[in-house]
Design a protein around this ligand. Structure first.
Ligand SMILES: Cc1cc2nc3c(=O)[nH]c(=O)nc-3n(C[C@H](O)[C@H](O)[C@H](O)COP(=O)(O)OP(=O)(O)OC[C@H]3O[C@@H](n4cnc5c(N)ncnc54)[C@H](O)[C@@H]3O)c2cc1C
Length: 376
């Protein structure tokens, strides 16, 4: 980054701090409305605020979530966070050294150290970004669902479910895989459902289970269960092949189901899972938006692409999309450059995460191998 931009960013930080947080309630025309306060929208908001622009961040959730979801930050995302002044607080919570402990049919098979990635829960990343954003004078507006958009040569009009309407120079749809903005813009989400692959996921406590390892149990019948300690908490992220009913249909996640899966895979009778603060099902989907720009509106993050989780690229790619969109909206590159840069990146992402997923599924049939097969 050049010195002049650095100076401009420093000045913007000072100005924003003086302005406090009034811009969440005023009626002024904002530079950009950002729909969605996940990692993508929050990164973009910090980037724009640092450039002295006025982002307005809207999220339909009533309050922030506390779900571990994306839990691995890669060096590219950490570089972005460094520039935004948020890397230190993330690496202070996250863990850069992990040991993957692999078991096969219940028996310990191998330990593999992994360096260079930052393990941290997604909610903790979002919390750090919201704190940074507040320092820059912007607060996320929760309970603000966007239901309509229109645009003309001068700007974008945004309609909210509560009847309010806003005017901005640009709009960024960072509203996740089921993106309403993408649908409102009529942009196709091309690809396929990724086959039958699905997982139950959640956050649980597992008193008595060592927090020194990311535990990974695999079985000769193709089953898997992973329990990863989330730093700075007493919980583990659980990922497992789902239980099936008599017809072979996957059962929804539950704490009791997690315990049955744990007993079957880990064979550690003394350990009782507890306090499931998040229960969900993840289904493979391999899709990308046909376009990520329509005039003054843009798509970024999961709204633009969804793909297998092997290698942990979802949140990371959203953060890099946000950085590229910040450069375009900040005038450092052209608006055209955003789509020219990020659409091919999304296509590459879909292809290489699908290949990684196949590699992991094949590799874990060999005792002692785990998700590191998709990490490099
Ligand atoms: C089990 C699991 C493990 C994962 N592991 C990893 C990993 O290791 N590494 C990694 O990089 N990624 C990982 N991911 C993927 C990662 O969670 C996603 O890629 C990431 O959340 C995408 O961020 P986003 O900001 O684009 O979208 P989201 O996080 O989905 O945020 C979108 C936001 O938009 C809001 N919103 C939606 N519609 C509207 C509307 N109409 N108006 C206002 N607000 C709206 C939503 O409330 C939400 O807060 C994992 C996911 C799962 C489930």
């Amino acid at each position: 980054m050049n010195g002049a931009l650095h100076d401009a960013m420093d000045a913007a930080v000072d100005d924003a701090a003086n302005d406090a947080v009034d811009d969440v309630v005023n009626d002024a025309v904002d530079d950009a409305v950002i729909v969605g306060a996940g990692p993508t929208g929050l990164t973009l908001a910090c980037d724009l605020a640092l450039r002295g622009l006025t982002p307005r961040v809207l999220d339909r959730r009533e309050a922030p979530h506390r779900e571990s979801r994306g839990k691995t930050l890669r060096p590219g995302a950490l570089e972005v966070f460094e520039r935004l002044g948020v890397a230190d607080r993330i690496t202070a919570v996250g863990r850069s050294h992990q040991v993957l402990r692999k078991y096969f049919d219940g028996a310990h098979a191998a330990d593999t150290p992994v360096e260079g990635l930052c393990l941290i829960g997604q909610w903790q990343v979002e919390e750090a970004l919201r704190e940074r954003l507040a320092e820059l004078g912007v607060r996320v507006e929760f309970g603000a669902e966007v239901t309509g958009i229109g645009q003309d040569a001068d700007g974008v009009s945004t309609t909210l479910a509560d009847g309010r309407s806003l005017r901005s120079g640009y709009l960024a749809g960072c509203d996740g895989g089921r993106s309403t903005m993408r649908k409102l813009l009529g942009i196709p989400f091309e690809g396929h459902g990724g086959g039958e692959q699905s997982m139950v996921v959640g956050d649980v406590r597992a008193p008595g289970l060592s927090r020194e390892y990311w535990h990974q149990w695999f079985t000769s019948d193709g089953g898997a269960m992973l329990l990863c300690p989330i730093p700075g908490t007493d919980s583990f992220q659980l990922q497992a092949s789902p239980e099936a009913d008599a017809e072979g249909r996957p059962l929804p996640p539950s704490l009791e189901g997690f315990q049955r899966l744990f007993d079957r895979h880990a064979r550690m009778p003394g350990i009782r899972l507890a306090d499931a603060t998040w229960l969900s099902t993840w289904r493979a989907n391999v899709r990308m938006a046909g376009r990520i720009r329509e005039g003054r509106t843009f798509l970024a993050g999961d709204a633009a692409h969804v793909h297998p989780i092997a290698g942990g690229f979802g949140m990371n790619t959203g953060i890099e999309d946000a950085a590229a969109l910040g450069r375009a909206l900040g005038g450092e590159t052209s608006l055209e450059a955003y789509e020219a840069d990020r659409l091919p990146a999304a296509a590459h992402l879909l292809a290489h995460t699908s290949a990684r997923m196949e590699r992991v599924v094949a590799a874990v049939a060999t005792p002692g191998t785990g998700v590191e097969a998709g990490l490099d």
